[in-house]
Design a protein around this ligand. Structure first.
Ligand code: ZN
Ligand code: ZN
Length: 500
C-alpha cells in the first residue's frame, strides 16, 4: 500500500523533535502558480506532522532584501536606476503599496489565506534589521577563506580575490550589488561602491547582506529550520544546496534541513520557473478555480513529479477527479485531507462542466442558474451558488478554450434556416418526442432514433441541433444540454426551424 508523500516525509522527520519547515519566494514580480508548489508542499508536510502528533512550525520568508535583478518588461524605463537596489526600498511601480516587494507580496499573502495556508511570515530585510544575522555575518566574515574554498570545490568555479560573503548596501546609491569590502572592524564593514562612494555598514542592521549561498545556511540556523522544500535549480550538483550543506556543517555547525526538491509546474508546455516563462499569478487563478482544486493539484503528485498545468481544460479534469476521490481508500483519503480547506466541507456538488454550461445558459443570472441546476437535480444554497457561478464565469472569461464557450441564441440563427430538409425533419421528430420527464440519457436515445428514422448520420443531426440552438457546429453533450436549456424552449425552436 502506498503512503502519501507528505506523510512519508513527516514520518522520516518526526524523530527530529520539533520541526521547522521553511519556504521562501522572492517577490520581484507576480507570484505565480509555479511558486505555489513551494508553499503548498511545505504546508502539506506541516499538516502531516501535526496529524502524526508532532510539534511543528511553518515559515514563509519573503526575500525582500534581494536586489532588483534587471528591468523587467512590466517596469517603466525609469526603473533602470533601481536595478541593484533591495526590493523593499524600491517604490511600488504601480503606486498602490508602500514598496515594490509589498506590491507583489500582498496578493500572494491573500492567496495563501484563500488556500488555507497560514505560515509565520518573515521579510528577510527585517531579520537583518532586528540584528538576527549578527552572529552569522560575523562568523561568515571570519571564515571568508574557508567558505571561498567550499564554494570553489563544490561549484568548480573560481571565487575572485576580493570576494566577500557579505555585501554592504551603499549608503549613497542604495545598491547592494556594486560594493566591495575594504576592511572589517568589529560590527563595521568598510566598503567602496562602484558609484564612487566609500562608507561603513553595521552588520547588526539592514545595511548589507550575505550572498545567497551563505545567507541560506545562515538562515537555517537562525530560524532552526529542519525541513525545506526548494526548486530543482538549487538541487543541482554543486548548486546552492550542496554548498549550503557544507557551509551549514563546517561553518555554522548546524545540521542542514531535510531537503524536499520539487519539480516545476509548466503551463501548456512552458517552464514556469521564477526567471522565465509565462506567468499566471496565483491570485488571478484563484478567482476562477476553487482553492481545493489547486491544493489537490499539488497533493496528488509527488514533489519530484513534473506537472503540466493548463488553466483551461486541466481544471475541469482536476475538479472532477477531486470530486470522485473515495474517502475509504487510504491514499485518496489523505489527498482529500490535504486538499481540504479548514472549516469548509468539500463542496463540489455540481460537475464543473455542468456549472460552466449553466452560467452560459443563464447568462450569469443567479435565479435562473438556480432553476436550471434544479432541473438537473442539483441544489446549492445561495452562497455556494454565488461562489460556483463566479468560478465558472471567471474561468470562461480567462481560461476556457473556445470549444466550450457558447451562447444560446434568442432567435432562430440565420444558419439554421438553410439547413437541409432531412436535418429539419430530424429536428422535428426530436421536438415531437421531447417532454419534461425525460432524462439526459433518454433525450440522447431520442436523437439516435430520430437520425435512424430519417436516414441521416447522427453526427450531422448533432450539428443541426447545435446550429439551431447555438449558431455553431458543436456544443456540450446534447442530451443533458437540451434538458438544461429547457424542454419547452428547445421543442419550440426545433419546430420553428423545421417549419422555416
Ligand atoms: Zn501596489
Ligand atoms: Zn553606491
Amino acid at each position: 500500500m502506498s503512503i502519501h508523500w507528505a506523510d512519508r516525509i513527516a514520518e522520516e522527520c518526526l524523530e527530529k523533535g520539533k520541526n521547522v519547515i521553511a519556504t521562501g519566494i522572492t517577490p520581484s514580480g507576480e507570484i505565480h502558480i509555479g511558486n505555489m508548489r513551494e508553499v503548498l508542499t511545505g504546508d502539506m508536510i506541516y499538516k502531516a506532522l501535526l496529524d502524526l502528533g508532532g510539534e511543528a512550525e511553518f515559515l514563509y520568508i519573503a526575500d525582500t532584501f534581494d536586489p532588483l535583478r534587471r528591468l523587467y518588461p512590466f517596469l517603466p524605463e525609469s526603473y533602470k536606476e533601481y536595478v541593484g537596489q533591495p526590493l523593499y526600498r524600491i517604490p511600488d511601480p504601480f503606486g498602490c503599496h508602500e514598496s515594490y516587494s509589498e506590491h507583489f507580496l500582498d496578493p500572494f499573502l491573500k492567496s495563501l489565506e484563500i488556500l488555507d495556508v497560514h505560515p509565520k511570515i518573515y521579510r528577510s530585510h527585517e531579520l537583518y534589521k532586528k540584528g538576527l544575522y549578527e552572529d552569522a555575518v560575523r562568523i561568515a566574515i571570519e571564515n571568508r577563506d574557508k567558505i571561498a574554498e567550499i564554494l570553489e570545490s563544490e561549484s568548480k568555479r573560481k571565487v575572485s580575490q576580493n570576494w566577500s560573503p557579505y555585501t554592504p548596501l551603499c549608503a549613497n546609491c542604495g545598491k547592494i550589488n556594486g560594493t566591495e569590502v575594504i576592511s572589517v572592524d568589529g560590527y563595521y564593514v568598510k566598503y567602496r561602491c562602484n558609484c564612487g562612494h566609500e562608507g561603513r555598514s553595521d552588520i547588526r542592521k539592514d545595511e548589507g547582506k550575505l550572498g545567497w549561498r551563505i545567507d541560506w545556511p545562515a538562515r537555517w540556523r537562525i530560524l532552526n529550520v529542519t525541513i525545506e522544500p526548494f526548486g530543482k535549480d538549487h538541487a543541482t550538483v554543486g548548486g546552492s544546496y550542496d554548498t549550503g550543506k557544507r557551509v551549514a556543517r563546517e561553518i555554522y555547525e548546524y545540521e542542514p534541513p531535510y531537503p524536499v526538491v520539487y519539480e516545476w509546474i509548466s503551463l501548456k508546455g512552458h517552464d514556469m520557473s521564477s526567471s522565465k516563462g509565462i506567468v499566471v499569478s496565483i491570485y488571478d487563478v484563484l478567482k476562477a478555480v476553487p482553492p481545493e482544486a489547486l491544493r489537490y493539484l499539488i497533493a496528488s503528485s509527488r514533489p519530484n513529479k513534473h506537472l503540466n498545468f493548463d488553466p483551461g481544460l486541466s481544471i475541469l479534469k482536476l475538479i472532477n477527479n477531486l470530486s470522485m476521490l473515495d474517502e475509504k481508500e487510504p491514499l485518496s483519503a489523505r489527498e482529500l485531507r490535504f486538499s481540504r480547506i479548514e472549516g469548509k466541507a468539500m463542496r463540489i456538488k455540481v460537475p464543473f462542466e455542468h456549472m460552466v454550461n449553466v452560467v452560459q445558459i443563464s447568462k450569469g443570472d443567479l435565479q435562473k442558474s438556480k432553476e436550471i441546476l434544479a432541473r438537473g437535480g442539483y441544489h446549492l444554497d445561495d452562497d455556494e451558488l454565488k461562489e460556483w457561478s463566479e468560478y465558472a464565469i471567471n474561468w470562461l472569461k480567462n481560461y476556457a478554450p473556445e470549444s466550450v464557450k457558447f451562447s444560446v441564441q434568442e432567435t432562430i440563427p440565420e444558419s439554421a434556416l438553410s439547413l437541409d430538409k432531412d436535418l429539419k425533419e430530424g429536428l422535428k421528430r426530436i421536438s415531437e418526442r421531447l417532454s419534461d420527464e425525460l432524462s439526459g440519457e433518454d433525450i440522447h436515445n431520442i436523437i439516435y432514433q430520430a437520425a435512424e428514422d430519417v436516414g441521416i448520420t447522427v453526427s450531422r443531426l448533432f450539428e443541426a441541433i447545435y446550429i439551431a440552438l447555438l449558431d455553431k457546429k458543436s456544443g456540450p453533450r446534447a442530451g443533458l444540454f437540451i434538458k438544461t436549456v429547457g424542454i419547452d424552449f428547445v421543442k419550440r425552436r426545433f419546430k420553428e426551424v423545421a417549419d422555416a
